[in-house]
Design a protein. Structure first.
Lengths: 111, 114
């Protein structure tokens, strides 16, 4: 199973600030998924990026897939307390049921 | 609401008990998964079923026994667990999209073994 490394492991910021979370691997993926998990709940799928260089926006969240499809980033603009959670990236391969998950980045946005 | 439900949401059991976790998906997916999530550890894949056939079993102890009677339901039968088995157990289902399989998770069962 290919490894995905996420950084930073923890991030604590003030409401209104921007933040970026990184997801890196030495392996190429067919697609990459980002999830957010709140305490006591399951991960919720935010986005899937498929094409190298692709940028997707979801309100204040911007997701980018690296040109070589080995890395991805999640940028949050003007973070709000509701953005608090564990952010997970997961890499997928064609015709493989399994995803390779990163260890996650815990984001805390203080009011 | 992700279309994947899990019951119970919380479970406390002794080491000699037998219990079962249930997962149901309403998304028409043909693959289902069990994951274990412990504090400060990455998600651990336990089992994968595709079209009701087990396709992955990641060296999980035999005290965990999965069952997939149809493509919408998945069970995890538990017996003689250990305290270190306390964790959040997550069920997921998936569909194949461009680029691979996209997984949808249930809310999880918080299991405490006493």
């Amino acid at each position: 199973t290919q490894l995905l490394e996420q950084s930073p492991q923890f991030l604590s910021i003030q409401e209104g600030e921007n933040l970026t979370v990184y997801c890196n691997s030495s392996s190429v993926f067919s697609s990459l998924q980002w999830y957010r998990q709140e305490p006591g709940e399951g991960p919720v799928l935010l986005v899937t990026v498929v094409t190298g260089g692709e940028v997707k926006k979801l309100k204040r969240l911007t997701f980018q897939f690296g040109d070589a499809r080995k890395d991805s980033s999640l940028h949050i603009t003007a973070a709000q307390p509701g953005d608090t959670g564990l952010y997970l990236c997961a890499g997928a391969q064609l015709s493989d049921y399994k995803l390779s998950f990163g260890a996650g980045t815990t984001v805390t946005v203080r009011a | 609401e992700t279309g994947v439900t899990q019951t119970p949401r919380h479970l406390v059991m002794g080491m000699t008990n037998k219990k079962s976790l249930k997962c149901e998906q309403h998304l028409g997916h043909n693959a289902m998964y069990w994951y274990k999530q412990s504090a400060k550890k990455p998600l651990e894949l336990m089992f994968v079923y595709s079209l009701e056939e087990r396709v992955e079993n990641n060296s999980v102890p035999s005290r965990f026994s999965p069952e997939c009677p149809n493509s919408s339901h998945l069970f995890l039968h538990l017996h003689t667990l250990q305290p270190e088995d306390s964790a959040l157990y997550l069920c997921a289902s998936s569909q194949e999209v461009a680029g691979g399989y996209e997984q949808y998770f249930g809310p999880g069962t918080r299991l405490t073994v006493t």
